[in-house]
Design a protein around this ligand. Structure first.
Ligand code: SF4
Length: 448
């Protein structure tokens, strides 16, 4: 568990009873005026322990342990693609932010006839959402009685995403790991019956290892993770064996709480979840608290909303998603086409741009720097006022491209009309609709 500034101070030379160490108290070599000031900065993670050369070894061990993230970062990779999961520090997004979104994996079976086609489709699937490219993260290859090694090779040949290998049988798992060489996969699963040999395989082939119990027994899971760790596998993933809504919700939440609030290091690892073909269950796992989620089939209709949900939960709530301020051309506008202005909050921008684009009408969209806020929020915060809008217009060389001086402002800030007319003499200011969805009709009827 993270230590407070005062707890850290007690481990520094300033409060030490050892006269040799104590002699350095408040020596300022760390760049801070006192040991206490340094301790406070350490607690806020704004300083590095290595800045103080006089910390005793024992204290250093305690401080480093407290600084380690409560949930270990696990990295899977393949062909230059990397998936990082873990390092989470909060239970609720609003407390700080979630750092690493859970990996969404599509399950394929080694006896599946359309294996290559599915692997290709998963690897190529990508959708754009408010300026971000969203895509699944990998493929989980399951040993189901076919040729596991050949299946892994086929998936690798058709898709460059990271892999999870699903096999409880050590010999089959080893064949898959050999075929997966060159990628860093996750091997599922070590159980109380096979963990020694699976741990050896994970070490030998540099794979992460998922440990599993069948009934959500947290003590048994923690003990199994500890055994695997003592056998030399650091990158562990936990599978509490819970597959339904209620038990997985309570079990996953309990494990997250234990790791974050009780500093229970034995369960300080990401969780793996199996959602079958149930998008609601997958959505629950995205929110609480899976690190890897396996879906049974590839379906864009299921995947798209899950990717969007994930993107929304795993953005920093303190940093609005923004687009670059500037002038955007929609549908190849000409000099006589309308000029609209909005803010640089991504969702606002894409709402407006998508409506105009799908209408087929050409137009110029001026995006003012409103610090990533939506129209009304930015106006209320003084970030989207007449002065700023006028500045965006005056600073834009695009004015020379236009054969008119007419500007359409969002209906929500109609109140700016008078001020804008003063700030932009010679311009005609038009008040557009309040909602982006009404823009095409407005442009057809009012612009001519
Ligand atoms: S380097 Fe900083 S923390 Fe270390 S003894 Fe000197 S003042 Fe204290």
């Amino acid at each position: 568990m993270a230590l407070s500034g005062l707890q850290i101070y007690k481990l520094l030379p300033g409060s030490s009873a050892n006269p040799t160490i104590k002699a350095h108290a408040n020596c300022k070599e760390c760049g801070f005026p006192t040991c206490l000031a340094f301790a406070m900065k350490l607690a806020q993670k704004q300083a590095e322990l290595s800045q103080c050369p006089y910390v005793e070894e024992e204290a250093k061990g305690q401080l480093e342990a407290s600084a380690a993230p409560p949930i270990r970062l696990i990295t899977l990779s393949a062909d230059g693609r990397k998936l990082e999961v873990g390092n989470e520090t909060v239970l609720f997004r609003h407390e700080k932010t979630f750092f690493h979104q859970p990996g969404l994996f599509i399950r394929v079976k080694d006896n599946q006839p359309d294996l290559a086609e599915v692997a290709q489709a998963v690897g190529q699937y990508k959708v754009e959402y408010v300026g971000m490219d969203l895509a699944p993260d990998g493929i989980a290859v399951e040993a189901a009685g076919g040729d596991f090694a050949a299946a892994v090779e086929m998936v690798k040949a058709n898709c460059v995403l990271p892999l999870i290998l699903l096999s409880e049988d050590p010999a089959t798992a080893e064949a898959g790991l050999k075929a997966a060489q060159g990628v860093r996969p996750l091997l599922w699963t070590a159980t109380p019956d096979n963990w020694q040999v699976m741990a050896n395989l994970a070490k030998q082939y540099n794979a992460s290892l998922a440990v599993r119990v069948n009934d959500g027994d947290v003590n048994a899971l923690a003990a199994l993770a500890e055994q695997v760790k003592e056998a030399g596998v650091e990158d562990v993933v936990l599978d509490p064996g819970l597959r339904d809504y209620g038990h997985s919700l309570t079990g996953f939440t309990q494990l997250r709480r234990l790791a974050l609030k009780q500093n229970e290091r034995r369960v300080g690892y990401p969780l793996i979840a199996f959602a079958g073909d149930d998008p609601l269950l997958a959505g629950q796992h995205i929110a609480k608290y899976a690190g890897f989620i396996i879906l049974d089939h590839f379906s864009p209709a299921t995947l798209y909303p899950l990717l969007v949900l994930r993107a929304n939960l795993f953005t920093d709530p303190q940093k609005p998603i923004q687009v670059q301020p500037g002038l955007y051309e929609i549908n190849h506008p000409g000099p006589a086409d309308p000029l609209m202005v909005t803010t640089n909050f991504s969702i606002t921008y894409f709402s407006v741009a998508n409506e105009v684009e799908s209408s087929g009408l050409p137009g110029w969209l001026l995006v003012a720097d409103a610090e990533g806020m939506s129209v009304l929020t930015a106006w209320a915060a003084g970030k989207f006022d007449a002065e700023r809008i006028a500045k965006s217009v005056k600073n834009g060389e695009f004015v020379e491209k236009l054969a008119h001086k007419r500007l359409i402002i969002p209906g929500h800030v109609a109140v700016l009309l008078g001020e804008l007319e003063e700030e932009l003499p010679g311009w005609e200011i038009n008040v557009g609709p309040r909602e982006a969805v009404d823009l095409p009709n407005y442009l057809r009827t009012m612009w001519g």
